[in-house]
Design a protein around this ligand. Structure first.
Ligand code: PMP
Length: 410
């Protein structure tokens, strides 16, 4: 039994691999936009487990779906059918407007799945020779941490000494349609263009207006699949159900994770129309837990909450208010350069170098003041609260953030 934060941190330090550098806070309870540490201190959660807890912590409807299903049937594997998967797939494909869904568990797995589908599509439908298919990716991407995905990462910390790396990826600048066009024109064997509609881990980089639309047009022109990784941006986070909806773009392959299950159970999914998805045949891809009844029940409930509670609209309104209030402060700020984002996926950029510890120091001070956020770089702090946040709570949070930042102005 854990009785203090210190004790829990010491245990992790001694017995756990050191593959993360968490803020020194030990959480034991969550409800809506709040979490509590083991000493009983209450915080606003301004990270939402990297945009997974969009529906708020322990949403009663999602938790109910979990506990009800847990008493009936949890896992069959795909050796047999279960009575939840089909209804979940019907609901989700209608919701996101695709023919078919392939269920997985984590974001990285879903990205790997999309890469496999795109390659097979290129070999079978486009006549690309075996072992020649290439996927175009962007500088400063984040798509997960498998050996293939880190092969095309820019993050040296994530990549170094984990080689040999997987071939088959061409990297171009983000938000650069000229670079995309050039690469598409100069290469014959392109299967797909894999892109985050907003780069989350890179520090919430919002591309220029029209970028996604133009990129999709170029992909169409060159018969290349437009693959949107909406693991972080999807499920109402940016003020629309999907971030590509801001530009009315329909991807050929859509990758979802995180908030598809409201953070209650790991679920991810790849969606595509028949022409693409039907390249996958029995035995070619799968996972013991992918498509299990617990996942299906939880994800269906989590998507219903997004719709029933108008969380996309709330994210848009609260996001606009958040940036407006912070911008008022930033005009005279020496410490904050700018705030950027869409909906409730935002970041502030600090007037300091990427290697500085300023963002970390500010997050430590925010923690003292009752708000939890995490830097993405030494000078960037991401702000991504649950989408159920109301106006009063949001204003309270902005007060905490500004009061904290003011201490750093001195
Ligand atoms: N894609 C994007 C855009 C992400 O932001 C993340 C996680 N931050 C992932 C993929 C990987 O998801 P997971 O951690 O569930 O593997």
């Amino acid at each position: 039994q854990i009785t203090s934060s210190e004790q829990a941190i010491q245990l992790e330090d001694k017995h756990g691999a050191h593959n993360y550098h968490p803020l020194p806070v030990v959480l034991t309870k969550g409800d809506g936009v709040h979490v509590w540490d083991v000493e009983g201190k209450k915080y606003y959660d301004f990270l939402s487990a990297y945009s997974a807890v969009n529906q708020g912590h322990c949403h009663p409807k999602i938790v109910q779906a979990l506990t009800d299903q847990a008493q009936k049937l949890t896992l069959t594997s795909r050796a047999f059918h279960n009575d939840i998967l089909g209804p979940f797939e019907k609901y989700a494909t209608e919701y996101f407007n695709f023919d078919k869904l392939l269920p997985m568990n984590t974001g990285a797995e879903a990205v790997e799945t999309a890469i496999k589908i795109a390659r097979k599509w290129a070999y079978e439908k486009k006549g690309v020779p075996e072992h020649k298919a290439q996927i175009i990716v962007c500088e400063n991407n984040f798509h997960g941490r498998t050996t293939t995905i880190i092969s095309f990462s820019n993050d040296e910390g994530a990549r170094k000494n984990f080689g040999p790396y997987t071939p088959g990826f061409l990297k171009i600048a983000y938000d650069d349609t000229a670079a995309l066009e050039k690469t598409l024109e100069e290469n014959d064997n392109i299967a797909g263009f894999l892109v985050e509609p907003i780069q989350g881990e890179a520090g919430v980089y919002v591309p220029s207006e029209g970028y996604l639309k133009k990129a999709k047009e170029l992909c169409e022109k060159h018969n290349v699949l437009f693959i949107a990784d909406e693991v972080q941006t999807g499920i109402a986070r940016t003020g629309k159900l999907l971030a590509v909806d801001h530009e009315n773009v329909k991807p050929d392959i859509l990758i979802l994770g995180k908030a598809i299950s409201g953070g209650v159970y790991p679920v991810s999914a790849v969606l595509a129309d028949n022409e693409v998805m039907d390249v996958i045949q029995p035995g070619q891809h799968g996972s013991t837990f992918g498509g299990n009844p617990l996942a299906g029940a939880v994800a269906t409930a989590a998507l219903e909450v997004i719709r029933d509670e108008n969380l996309a609209e709330n994210a848009e309104n609260m996001g606009n208010l958040f940036r407006e209030l912070l911008n008022d402060y930033i005009i005279d700020s020496k410490i904050v350069k700018l705030v950027r984002g869409k909906g409730l996926l935002n970041a502030i950029v600090i007037n300091d170098s990427e290697e500085s510890s300023t963002a970390w120091d500010i997050c430590m001070a925010l923690k003292e003041n009752g708000l939890l956020a995490k830097p993405t770089h030494g000078n960037i702090i991401r702000f991504a609260p649950p989408l159920v946040m109301n106006e009063e709570e949001l204003k309270d949070c902005v007060d905490i953030i500004i009061t904290t930042l003011k201490d750093f102005e001195k």
